[in-house]
Design a binder for this molecule. Structure first.
Ligand code: HEC
Ligand code: HEC
Length: 236
């Protein structure tokens, strides 16, 4: 659009006013002294730094859901601090701490890390859940056997895509998808599923064979190796 010169001052005035006003209905961030490093409120920090990827309420974003009680029970506090501080190399998760070139102070990183559990976690200890941290000793051939049992009903043989009821389920045996995910995130999905999208957790039976019981820690390690082996098309 080209504006006749006489309209330019009017548009400039509108742009100026709009930038200084909060339109009705738009949430206002809590008032602070105004410097970004003084912001200490979890909700404000989360919505301005994290919500675009992890979802407004911690679910249904393109990045892993953080509003997931099972995830929050298995992830160690120190790992939350670490991943927010340093990011995850090779993935869209960037470092957030000033010391790593990010926009937040160490105090703000700690508020976010602790706030995730306070806001979305449930207290209590869980036993018998495979641990969060990547574990060595996975075998991709055993992983394929487990995949046929626990995953293929939805993801299709070989993970090339399938269906769950009427819902289409996308391919995970896809180097382009896998290139955006670390093995740590893949392991986490195998344990927690994606309750926001209809994928069952390690011990839920949804659309799995009736004799399916649970995924053991070894199954989880084997499946992680299998998915890792699909990263390169050469290894099929
Ligand atoms: C009841 C059906 C179902 C079963 C069983 C299932 N999934 Fe899923 N899975 C889904 C759905 C639905 C999604 C959401 C993405 C989509 O629709 O493509 C998903 C997503 C994923 C993702 C991608 C997560 C993301 O958002 O990036 C991975 C990885 C995955 N599944 C692995 C597995 C593995 C490994 C197993 C077996 C242990 C498994 N799934 C079993 C339905 C299922
Ligand atoms: C540009 C998108 C993006 C933004 C913004 C972002 N993240 Fe992430 N985050 C990701 C992705 C993608 C992953 C998964 C990385 C991987 O594959 O391991 C991730 C992983 C994580 C994990 C680990 C989850 C798991 O399943 O192990 C945590 C915790 C996390 N982010 C917290 C945050 C917080 C807190 C913020 C805001 C300060 C934030 N992220 C901002 C994209 C983003």
């Amino acid at each position: 659009m080209t504006l006749a010169p006489k309209w330019v001052p009017v548009w400039l005035a509108i742009a100026f006013l709009a930038s200084g006003c909060n339109p009705p209905g738009k949430p206002t961030l809590p008032q602070t002294s105004g410097r970004p490093e003084d912001l200490k409120d979890f909700d404000a920090l989360y919505s301005s730094n994290c919500a675009a990827c992890h979802g407004k309420d911690g679910t249904l974003g393109p990045a892993p859901p953080l509003n997931d009680p099972l995830f929050l029970r298995i992830v160690p506090d120190a790992e939350l601090v670490r991943v927010i501080t340093e990011g995850r190399a090779g993935t869209p998760m960037a470092p957030f701490d000033h010391s790593k070139g990010g926009p937040l102070t160490t105090a703000q990183v700690k508020i976010l890390a602790a706030g995730l559990k306070t806001k979305w976690g449930t207290p209590g200890v869980m036993t018998d859940v495979p641990g969060y941290a990547l574990a060595p000793g996975g075998n991709s051939e055993d992983g394929m056997m487990t995949f046929m049992m626990a995953c293929a009903s939805c993801h299709g043989e070989n993970g090339k895509g399938g269906k769950s009821g009427e819902q289409r389920v996308g391919a995970i045996n896809d180097p382009a998808y896998l290139a955006l995910s670390s093995n740590q995130a893949l392991r986490r999905y195998i344990i927690t599923g994606r309750p926001d999208l209809g994928m069952p957790s390690y011990n839920e039976k949804t659309n799995r064979p009736h004799n399916f019981k649970t995924l053991t820690a070894q199954d989880v390690a084997d499946l992680t190796s299998l998915l890792d082996s699909w990263r390169s098309p050469a290894t099929k």
